[in-house]
Design a protein around this ligand. Structure first.
Ligand code: FAD
Length: 326
């Protein structure tokens, strides 16, 4: 008997597949029984098929495509209805998606409708014989727990934290079978009419490999300029502490921490941020933390791998200049 597939929900933004989709494919491969195919599902009002090649190159064996007029933007009920249709066709062992705003909304809906178990915000996966062990952080990253599903039949629902499981290397010679799934637009009880995106930098904060973050120490909206310059040179994104957001220096969309975004970049550069526990909750999983603070006693230095005691307005232009030369 062939092993049941793992289904990965592809997520797009600005006409592109989000990086976390590829990471979810890799996560699915880590969890898969030997021989289990990986299936991906793309939803959209039109043109969803265009992503099939990219999904195939990163490991999808089959790409299911659902297109109808209700799927142009994320509509919770419409997405859930379409996915349930795909699940009927695929009978997957598990359904994987990113632990993004979309995934956090969609996964529990599916879990409830399918009477399935869910493990969220997974950062690592290990297959031990027949058991698959999922690691997820707890208590704002102070502890981790390891969990496994007790129902071998599934389906299991899993959301994967962005930037933790490396995406597979694309293999452009791979091809996937494309299967259209007919699912007419359902009548919706609540409709998202329009999504108005706030202006943000070119790099998505949640998926950025480098984050340059500012706190109350930047002193003003204008004070973010040197951070933006460094982020532009490094190809990173700009984040902020709640202190900076509360002071009106930047938008709350940039807030990192317990009540903001959780980021796990390769490099996190904290500028003028004291290192309150609520801020650490959003960034302490970063691979390398660099802190710039003029107070040598600032708590951020306790979690930093590299610390620069100094005025951020003097240090940042020097760093930007050096990186620009490299
Ligand atoms: P401050 O604590 O004021 O620190 C500013 C730092 O800048 C100081 O260390 C100072 O030495 C340094 N500095 C000043 N000038 C310079 C300069 N020129 N060069 C270099 N360094 C300089 N906070 C978050 O960030 N994210 C959250 O999600 C969050 N959630 C919260 C939830 C709850 C329920 C509560 C109660 C609080 C939460 N907070 C959160 C707030 C948190 O407790 C802190 O108040 C906040 O993180 C402080 O922001 P800050 O480090 O920018 O400011």
């Amino acid at each position: 008997m062939t092993a049941r597939p793992i289904l990965v929900v592809a997520e797009t933004r600005g006409g592109k597949l989000r990086q976390v989709t590829f990471e979810a494919i890799q996560a699915a491969q880590l969890a898969a029984e030997p021989g289990s195919p990986i299936a991906a599902v793309c939803l959209g009002a039109a043109g969803a098929k265009a992503f099939a090649d990219e999904l195939a190159s990163c490991g999808a064996d089959t790409v299911y495509v659902v297109e109808n007029s209700s799927l142009g933007v994320y509509q919770p009920e419409a997405y859930a209805a379409s996915l349930l249709e795909v699940v009927k066709n695929v009978a997957p062992q598990a359904i994987f998606m990113g632990h993004t705003a979309l995934g956090r909304d969609l996964a529990p809906q599916l879990a409830a409708k399918l009477q399935a178990g869910q493990i969220s915000d997974v950062t690592a996966i290990e297959r031990r014989g027949n058991e698959v062990v999922f690691t997820r952080p707890l208590y704002a990253g102070k502890a981790v727990e390891k969990k496994a599903f007790t129902d071998p039949g599934g389906p299991w629902i899993v959301t994967v934290r962005p930037n933790n499981i490396a995406a597979p290397e694309p293999d452009l010679s791979r091809q996937a079978q494309i299967i259209d799934v007919a699912c007419p637009a359902p009548s919706l009880r609540a409709v998202v009419r329009k999504v108005v995106a706030k202006a943000s930098g070119a790099v998505d904060l949640a998926e950025a490999k480098i984050v340059v973050s500012g706190g109350r120490g930047v002193r003003s909206a204008e004070g973010f300029r040197p951070l933006e310059e460094l982020a532009a040179v490094l190809g990173g994104a700009v984040g902020a502490s709640r202190g900076a957001c509360d002071a009106g220096y930047c938008d709350y969309a940039m807030q990192i921490g317990q009540t903001g975004k959780v980021v796990t970049p390769e490099i996190y550069i904290a500028c003028g941020i004291s290192g309150a526990i609520q801020h650490l909750a959003g960034m302490s999983g970063s691979r390398v933390i660099i802190a710039i603070n003029k107070d040598p006693e600032a708590p951020i230095f306790k979690v930093a791998d590299y610390g620069i005691v100094g005025d951020l307005f003097e240090v940042l232009p020097l760093l930007t200049e050096e990186f620009r030369r490299m």
